[in-house]
Ligand binder design. Structure first.
Ligand code: OGA
Ligand code: MN
Length: 202
């Protein structure tokens, strides 16, 4: 089972950090793809909430995003295929019943941050597991931009967005934030979802 540590970590404590998850060629190509989309003007300020309740509020989050769709680019399809393998492994071992993976590129320009939040929407509990892959080679300590995880016991952990690393956590369990970044910070942020309740007619 290639995803053993992630699965064990999730089962034991609800989160996992994999320092070298992505092969370096994939990380490099994903970063280039994110930059290309930025240059094309395809990345847009991210909103908060969903549907009609969605609004852009720079005081809460300052990243620019674009959602991935299948068959847009070979490199994104490679990432989506990898995450689908992870999804199936999680289902086989932890019986999470995850049905899909949604994910976007995110670019935080200098000065951007994302205030403390949970990833599960108040009106939609379909997001179960968050997975963030980082695409920043040569990240320095002073660049800021750490993902700060807040744990139930009051402790916290700052995770720098280092190229090729992956953070996975249960979406409703850990408040987290992105600290102010000093330099462009690139990532792929995604969620494994169950079927939304409204589709089931609940
Ligand atoms: C998010 C988020 C964390 C990160 O987009 O919801 O919390 O490290 N991202 O980019
Ligand atoms: Mn989040």
């Amino acid at each position: 089972m290639p995803f053993n540590t992630i699965i064990d970590d999730l089962a034991e404590r609800g989160w996992s950090l994999q320092a070298s998850f992505l092969p370096s060629d994939l990380t490099h190509e994903l970063a280039a793809e994110c930059r290309r989309r930025e240059t094309e003007g395809a990345l847009a300020p991210a909103g908060i909430g969903r549907g009609e309740a969605m609004e852009v509020r720079e005081g809460i989050r300052g990243d620019h995003i674009q959602w991935l769709e299948e068959r847009q680019s070979a490199v994104c399809d490679r990432y989506l295929a990898l995450m689908d393998e992870l999804r199936l492994s999680l289902n086989q071992t932890l019986f999470l019943g995850l049905e899909e993976f949604e994910c976007h590129f995110a670019l935080y320009p200098p000065g951007a941050f994302y205030k403390t939040h949970l990833d599960r929407f108040r009106d939609d509990d379909s997001r179960c597991v968050t997975a963030v892959a980082y695409l920043n080679p040569d990240w320095q300590e002073g660049d800021g931009g750490a993902l700060r995880m807040h744990f139930e016991d009051g402790s916290q952990l700052d995770i720098p967005p280092l190229a090729g690393s992956l953070v996975v956590f249960l979406s409703d369990r850990f408040p987290h934030e992105v600290l102010v970044t000093q330099t462009d910070r690139l990532s792929l942020t995604g969620w494994f979802r169950r079927r939304p309740a409204d589709v089931l007619g609940l």
